[in-house]
Design a binder for this molecule. Sequence first.
Ligand code: MIC
Ligand code: SF4
Length: 656
Amino acid sequence: MMLKNRLEKGIHIMVSIAKKILKDHLVEGTYKVGEEIGIRIDHTLTQDATGTMAYLQFEAMGLNKVKTELSVSIVDHNTLQTDFKNPDDHRYLQSVAAKYGITFSRPGNGICHQIFLERFAQPGKTLIGSDSHTPTAGGIGSIAIGAGGLDVAVAMGGGPFYLKTPNIIGVKLTGSLPNYVAAKDIILEVLRRISVKGGVGKILEYFGSGVKTLSVPERATITNMGAETGATTSIFPSDEITKEFLKWQEREDEWVEIPEGTDEDYDEIIEINLSELEPLVAKPHSPGSVVPLSELYGMKVDQVAIGSCTNSSLKDLLTVSALLKGRKIHQNTVLGISPGSRQVLMELAKKGHLAEAITAGARILESACGPCIGMGFAPKTDAVAVRTFNRNFFGRTGTKSAQAYLVSPEVAVAAAIFGEFTDPKKLGPYPKIEIPSSIEIDDSMLLAPSSHPEEVEIIRGPNIAPLPEFHPLLEDFQFKVLIKTEDDITTDHIMPAGAKILPLRSNLPEISKYVFEQIDPTFPNRALENKEKGGGIIIGGENYGQGSSREHAALAPMFLGIKTVLTKSFARIHRDNLVNFGILPLTFKNNEDFDKIKAGDILEIKNVRNSLKEIKPITVRNITQNFDIETSYDFSEREREIIIAGGKLSYTVASS
Ligand code: MIC
Ligand code: SF4
């Protein structure tokens, strides 16, 4: 019986929500923790920075139309438009959407996750998106997972999405948030407890009496930043509050009830009493370096940025305006606000709230990702930058020497007014925020697909370079250790973003010149020199590739001749992206071998295709130092075939 029918019949099934939805969408495999399953995908989401590559890959699959219930393409990352590159990409995306049955959100309409939550997300559905913060839609009760663009392209073509059956962690919320403590502090508390690796292989599912105290956008703040724990996704139940939100968005008919689980439904439980929480801050350069705000009181703040897909809902920005009203920001602090969507921006503008923020000295930035991804509003040298965003990775602001701290909107406003970290209670009694009972819904920036797709021509500007060639895995190869990294290397280290590099996302040869820019700018040239001599290997520590879903962090190294990445452990999406592009992700069996390997060593792997086919161990020989390195892998049969074929595109085209 379909979940919807069961729910309509009012049968309460005592299993976790995530498990219910996953099982309901199961098309391959057996639902058993750790085993690979394939699930049917109802909705897909792309943004422009990963979208161009995803649609080039979709085009290469040779289909006429997407096969999903709903596919949406949103332009929000590359909106600086310092030259032709961004607008060329936008036109390409618009034409692809019109031709292949995809709804297109024009630049200026807002940040993909905020728009998707407002206008599209539905409880009980499955969504994959080519952005790691896709779990934002978990705030409405959908299973929403971030993935590489190629996985999204395959799902648009009707293929299942594969994942390891996750453990379901119940996050039990009790009590209610004190004034000046926000939803952001709940997810910072989760990060404080489980760190940036604690969610790997898990789904965080929220339940308990505290859930009822949180609105959908607040729940979405939590599921959004759950990505920083490495979790597969995060999810909330769908209840009366969800129904109210959907009604507010004039989508009440899309509501289904999904009752919350109980203690018995979870593999593990984390309990958080909201009444005991205090304002928290994630210190540089990790969302997991969480400390109480009070530890930082008195530290001078140079820049405050409010917005991003984590904290720019109407509720957030009404709170910000109410706190700024009648005040002026500190003369040594700059404040930028980027509203999450055009819907939010229009509401603030029409009711005069924007004026309150502008009068206080705020600079209103475009409704887009903007400073979150280093697209403008970079802080000054050595700045302390206080942001309501979800990531503070090294260099991400656009200024290498800046120190970025992640906080709630309330703490951000206090920092902007007083010019230092301080107790937000100094702003006076907590304002009473009235969310208007109805708002204007204007979908005119959403373009429906063409009703005459055969007449639509795909428009490609000079920035759109063709896809590279993919080669099957060789049986034996030798390669050089080109870099050896520390733990927790992020995709921002591997393939940085920002105003200079992000516009090159559709042009692999160009963007690959910036691989490892943040930590070793000599890497691309050294890799290219070595490419013809057999290629290179990257040696990584724990949690290698955490953060973004950007497949360029795999594609660009592949273009530079990287054949293998050998680490202590991987972050989920990056590992999957390596597989998708035919790079062999291996892990050390003994971490002492990590210590022995040196940059510049020549390594060798023999009989690798055969070993993969027969699931035999793969031994890497260090020729330079004359020792063997035992490695591990946990590929499914499908993944082994993909790697051998030289990546998922060759594999998918060959098997369709
Ligand atoms: C991010 O927040 O790091 C990004 C930019 O949104 C990425 C996607 C990308 O790199 O294009 C993400 O979260 O996946
Ligand atoms: Fe955009 Fe930042 Fe959200 Fe990524 S985290 S989608 S860059 S707002």
